[in-house]
Design a protein around this ligand. Structure first.
Ligand SMILES: *Cc1c(COP(=O)(O)O)cnc(C)c1O
Length: 403
């Protein structure tokens, strides 16, 4: 017989999932409502409204898709891209390749524009590439979780808006942790998730899109077989589950049946989004910046170096170079076993070279920052790395005591 699940409490300082906020966990354990219950419909309306606020897309459209963040990326890509469409994907980290993978499966002709991962692109370089390759869609990542770098988007967005190119952006690592001004930056479709800066367990993706994107999505609408005899649409979206034209109707006041909504996850999203507004969105961004400052102060005081360009560093992820002679996986395991603190490795060319400390959502708290620095220092000393002993926690503490 299996017993009830029990485990030790962890301090999660990875770039996702992060610790869920206690209020989120409480609200998601409320009883189940059916998806057409007017009480639930009201919750959906409010989630939609809060999504538009957080994405800063007052004139656009927004909803949640069931599935982790990449479900949102698939929904966006499948709904915008048709067979043979040219999609330009500038890559300065791992998650651009996920966009390429999805675009390829959606039937796109993918043009990858690659560079080293230590910094984002200059916007003018991407604009040049757009002129050269004439894509229908440019898809890229706002905050690159693998390398801890962030891309400026406003000029690319402006160029796309003025030149009839669509612009899709993965904002999974930045949404709720730093500004995501979808409309002002000229982004046509943006995607976020729950398990990063909004402190909700994984299981939903958020998608927001412009009127321009909506015209394409609407024009591809096809009613599901069995729900009434409707004409087929020869440009129908290739996924049923992630069809934004159907999901939009499902989320409307006159819904047509689609999937069974994960209503308890929607309560959780409501709580996560709402608490950011209660804290004040500028306070939320400031908290992430302050904890980032303390983390950097601590890591630097220890004698460690951060990977990549500091001017374009992503506040929600700290990519630390692993000191010589130390095994990244052993460090991770020792921290978890001895301190109950979880951090992450990286991907691709950064495997074994970089350890990543997240700074996201409910995990972005003073006590977590101090705890992860203490645990990391002890662990590195245990493995014989040369670090400045006893300086890290104090340096971080000084950042907090100075404000
Ligand atoms: C975490 C992350 C994803 C993947 O999200 P899942 O929820 O695991 O599907 C995609 N893009 C970025 C930038 C991320 O940080």
């Amino acid at each position: 017989m299996c017993k009830e699940i029990r485990f030790s409490t962890r301090t999660i300082m990875t770039p996702g999932p992060v610790e869920a906020h206690p209020v989120v966990l409480r609200e998601m354990s409320l009883e189940v409502l059916g998806q057409y219950d007017p009480q639930f419909r009201q919750i959906m309306r409010q989630v939609q409204k809060m999504l538009k606020q957080h994405f800063q897309i007052p004139n656009g459209h927004a909803l949640a898709v069931d599935g982790s963040s990449r479900a949102g990326l698939e929904a966006g890509m499948y709904s915008l891209v048709e067979k043979g469409d040219k999609v330009l994907i500038p890559a300065y980290g791992r998650f651009a390749y996920l966009l390429a993978e999805i675009a390829e499966r959606a039937g796109a002709e993918v043009i990858l524009y690659e560079k080293e991962w230590d910094r984002p692109f200059l916007q003018e370089n991407i604009i040049e590439k757009i002129k050269e390759t004439q894509p229908k869609l440019v898809a890229m990542v706002h905050g690159e979780t693998a390398s801890g770098q962030v891309q400026e988007l406003n000029q690319i967005g402006k160029y796309c808006q003025e030149n009839d190119v669509l612009f899709m952006v993965d904002m999974v690592a930045t949404f709720g942790g730093m500004p995501t001004k979808v409309e002002e930056w000229g982004v046509d479709l943006a995607v976020a998730g729950t398990q990063k800066c909004i402190s909700v367990p994984a299981g939903l993706a958020f998608v927001a899109w412009s009127d321009r994107a909506d015209q394409i999505i609407e024009s591809r609408f096809q009613k599901e077989l069995g729900l009434g005899a409707e004409a087929r649409n020869e440009r129908f979206i290739l996924s049923n589950y992630l069809d934004l034209s159907q999901l939009k109707v499902y989320w409307s006041d006159t819904p047509i049946n689609h999937h069974t909504e994960a209503t308890n996850l929607i309560y959780a999203a409501h709580a996560g989004l709402r608490m950011l507004l209660e804290e004040g969105i500028d306070n939320v961004y400031y908290r992430h910046k302050l904890n980032e400052k303390a983390l950097i102060a601590g890591l630097t005081a220890m004698g460690l170096k951060l990977y990549g360009n500091l001017e374009t560093k992503l506040p929600t992820v700290n990519a630390v170079l692993v000191p010589k002679g130390v095994d990244a996986n052993e460090v991770k395991k020792f921290m978890l076993d001895q301190f109950g603190v979880e951090i992450a490795g990286s991907f691709g060319c950064l495997i074994g070279k970089v350890l990543r400390i997240g700074n996201m959502g409910y995990s972005s708290r003073r006590e977590n920052v101090l705890r992860v620095l203490g645990a990391l220092e002890s662990t590195l000393i245990h493995y014989g790395a040369k670090v400045n002993q006893g300086d890290a926690v104090q340096a971080a503490l000084n950042v907090y005591l100075d404000v």
